[in-house]
Design a protein around this ligand. Structure first.
Ligand SMILES: *Cc1c(COP(=O)(O)O)cnc(C)c1O
Length: 207
């Protein structure tokens, strides 16, 4: 089963909701049942509830938005790719962070453009985040390691996965979407460099 999110931050949205893709008829049958209270039509007005399902139906209006976005998906991804390519070139060999290199044969939806701050910036990340927001750059952090949520801590105790912790400490997602112009991307890149330069003090973080 593959799952897709159509949350508003994604390249294709239906406001909320998502989709499930499967080539297994039985999974598809169960998913359709769970989507609609576990109730299936039998004949005329008669129906049967065979399991306890949910109301997970995607509203028609949301589907209409999604279908329209689907028509423009190639365009949307190409526009995001253009911004991402610009960043890739602009950020090559910069002294503040690394980027994620895609293998040549991979096509990305460019849902996010993550950068990985070098270690000397990790302790100042909150201030860097705030400074960027103050200048109008809506950066985000993706994602907090799942095991740090209280739900999982209560079940599995305190876990530490060092590579996940390092990634979380280093990661910032910078704006990359189809409504941006190259001038916007250039503004983001230059502002990012300026802000990071101001935090690149000799004291750095105690590592
Ligand atoms: C995808 C995504 C969501 C929503 O995911 P759902 O599975 O649709 O709930 C929320 N926040 C961020 C940052 C995401 O990338």
């Amino acid at each position: 089963v593959s799952i897709f999110s159509f949350h508003p931050v994604k390249p294709l949205t239906t406001f909320e909701g998502g989709a499930l893709a499967t080539n297994d008829d039985e999974i598809a049958r169960l998913a359709r049942l769970y989507r609609s209270h576990g109730i299936a039509k039998k004949r005329l007005w008669d129906s049967d509830q065979s399991l306890l399902g949910y109301n997970y139906r995607l509203p028609d209006v949301a589907c209409a938005l999604g279908l329209n976005q689907l028509k423009r998906l190639d365009e949307t991804i190409a526009a995001r790719e253009k911004i991402a390519k610009f960043y890739d070139e602009k950020f090559e060999k910069n002294p503040y962070f690394s980027t994620v290199k895609l293998p040549g044969d991979v096509v990305s939806s460019r849902h996010l453009y993550p950068i990985l701050l070098f270690r000397q910036f990790w302790c100042a990340k909150e201030d860097i985040f705030a400074a960027l927001h103050e200048r109008g750059i809506g950066v985000q952090v993706h994602y907090k390691p799942t095991y740090k949520f209280s739900f999982y801590r209560e079940r599995y105790g305190d876990i530490s996965v060092p590579s996940a912790e390092d990634f979380y400490a280093a990661e910032l997602s910078i704006p990359c979407h189809q409504c941006m112009s190259l001038e916007d991307a250039n503004f983001v890149a230059n502002t990012l460099f300026e802000v990071l330069k101001s935090f690149d003090t000799p004291q750095g973080c105690r590592v």
